[in-house]
Design a binder for this molecule. Structure first.
Ligand code: FE2
Ligand code: FE2
Length: 233
């Protein structure tokens, strides 16, 4: 088991009921593979950037990342509004805290884009359209669907975060370093929370099937969408 998965397991352990148990090993293997795939693919982006340090290309790299932050805000709000009262009060509070974090990430990543001369997205850029549509579809289908899909997406994205901080240090981009160090801290909470909620609230085979569908499909989607560069300037 990778360090990443072990860490998430530890954070999810408090008070879990084990709803994920039947698919845990399968999902952990999928997560470990997806995280590593994204780590390699985002590394390839930074190798290209090394040869041609183009601020427009860098701004474009952050555009889909920025969009995902604000789409999480919208989705968290809708999950809380639509399904919040099916969760314990402390879980409504935790989801609300995540919503605020994601709004701050949108603001911070947006500032990076503007400093690089780009435009902060206010609609899904091309590479995020399939990702966004799938998440909203999962949200409509089942009360745990969006949480499952975004948990896979956020977990997979952790494979890119340390590389972004290292690149920020290498290329003297202090705003990138500061923003992504904070995002790394926040994502530990978000990923652990999502995992804990799935473990806690999966109650029957239908719940498990919806969560499994959301996570396995999202694993395929992120491999393309999380390393895309949208030339929206
Ligand atoms: Fe975020
Ligand atoms: Fe997050």
């Amino acid at each position: 088991m990778s360090d990443v998965v072990e860490q998430f397991e530890r954070e999810a352990r408090g008070g879990r009921r084990g709803g994920l148990d039947p698919v845990r090993a399968e999902l952990d293997a999928l997560i470990a593979h997806t995280v590593e795939t994204l780590r390699e693919r985002s590394g390839a982006f930074w190798e290209r950037y090394e040869t041609e340090r183009d601020p427009a290309a860098l701004a474009a790299w952050f555009v889909p990342r920025c969009w995902r932050e604000i789409d999480y805000v919208f989705m968290l709000g809708e999950v809380i509004r639509r399904y919040g009262l099916t969760f314990e009060r402390r879980h409504i509070t935790a989801l609300s805290r995540q919503l605020l974090d994601e709004a701050e990430h949108y603001d911070d990543v947006g500032r990076i884009i503007e400093r690089l001369g780009g435009t902060v997205p206010t609609e899904p850029p091309p590479s995020a359209v399939t990702w966004s549509r799938f998440l909203w579809d999962c949200l409509d289908r089942h009360f745990l669907g969006a949480i499952a899909a975004w948990n896979m997406s956020e977990t997979a994205a952790t494979g890119t975060l340390e590389g972004i901080v290292a690149a920020g240090q290498r290329y003297d981009l202090p705003d990138v370093v500061k923003t992504y160090e904070q995002i790394i801290r926040d994502e530990k909470f978000h990923v652990g929370l999502g995992r804990a909620l799935l473990d806690r609230y999966i109650a029957d085979e239908r719940d498990l099937a919806e969560v499994h569908r959301a996570m396995t499909t999202m694993a395929k989607i992120v491999v393309e969408s999380h390393v895309a560069i949208d030339l929206v300037v």
